[in-house]
Design a protein around this ligand. Structure first.
Ligand SMILES: [Fe+2]
Ligand SMILES: [Fe+2]
Length: 303
């Protein structure tokens, strides 16, 4: 059964950060690759409100439960962006309005076509709510996994605490989306077919059109292109496979392989994360080889 908005409301709210020691980043700063990922996440969190503009083009705007969810969800995502902005600011990196003003110059959602497409899909495709709810669940699952992996690779106690708090909220968001997606997909074979088609043809890691593609590719490939990151993605694929009619899409793995190829094409080489989550099953060199599509021997030959 889908989760009620009352239940969602009771457990949520502004991210608690008053006891987070942001000053600790001054004495113990994060590495540049980790900060690059945080910059991407900051932008995506703050851009949620723009995605909402598109969702409100669908007929579901008439449903007070749906608009209540969008309001609460946006509020929580806003504070995720704000907290990540404080981490960037502690490293004297652009954050908050300064960074967002640039993003909005770039952002093509301000163009007419994106809300117009949502209007057309919302009014022309009866099963579109199932697509949007499934899409939302996948993006929240990947957000949760990205924070999980980033906390592990950064291995910084303050960041870990902050990201684990954000993760708990992302888990709630995913649960809400997934409960609706499952219900809608169970109800209709047609909804399964339409959702599967949209995911196979349109889905890409979150960030498309919101941030420069290379930033999405970098974060995605850096966090999930090797080792325990890949295991987190396996879990997401299992969850997608468990949704009615969506078995075997291999969606996120394909997105990550494309992201990895894009970074290598644009920047020449993809650095491995500095540490590994959980048990160290393979060496850092294995990570580096895996990320760059090389065998360990080929990697050695490059050195
Ligand atoms: Fe978030
Ligand atoms: Fe979220």
């Amino acid at each position: 059964m889908a989760i009620s908005i009352q239940k969602f409301e009771e457990q949520g709210g502004r991210l608690k950060t008053d006891d987070i020691d942001f000053e600790s980043f001054r004495t113990s700063p994060l590495p540049p690759d980790v900060l690059r990922c945080i910059g991407y996440m900051h932008d995506i969190e703050y851009q949620t409100v723009l995605y909402t503009r598109e969702l409100l083009m669908m007929p579901a705007w008439k449903d007070p439960q749906f608009t209540a969810f969008l309001t609460l969800w946006n509020y929580e995502e806003y504070w995720h962006g704000n907290a990540l902005g404080r981490v960037l600011a502690m490293h004297d990196r652009p954050a908050h309005d300064q960074r967002l003003a640039d993003m909005r110059t770039f952002n093509n959602r301000y163009l007419f076509w994106s809300p117009a497409i949502f209007w057309l899909l919302g009014h022309g495709v009866r099963q579109f709510p199932a697509v949007h709810m499934t899409w939302g669940a996948i993006n929240e699952w990947t957000a949760n996994a990205a924070y999980n992996r980033l906390a592990a690779v950064a291995d910084h106690p303050t960041l870990t605490e902050l990201l684990h708090r954000i993760m708990r909220q992302e888990g709630r968001h995913a649960g809400y989306y997934a409960s609706f997606a499952r219900e809608m997909l169970e109800d209709s074979r047609r909804a399964q077919k339409v959702t599967s088609w949209f995911l196979r043809h349109q889905w890409a890691p979150v960030g498309n059109g919101d941030v420069p593609k290379i930033e999405t590719s970098f974060t995605t490939a850096y966090l999930f292109g090797s080792g325990d990151g890949m295991e987190l993605i396996d879990r997401i694929e299992d969850r997608i496979d468990a949704l009615p009619g969506l078995k075997g899409l291999n969606l996120v793995r394909t997105g990550i392989a494309n992201a990895r190829a894009h970074v290598i094409e644009q920047e020449g080489f993809l650095p491995p994360p500095p540490a590994r989550a959980g048990g160290l099953k393979k060496s850092l060199a294995d990570d580096e080889a895996e990320l760059n599509g090389l065998t360990p021997e080929e990697l050695l030959a490059r050195r």
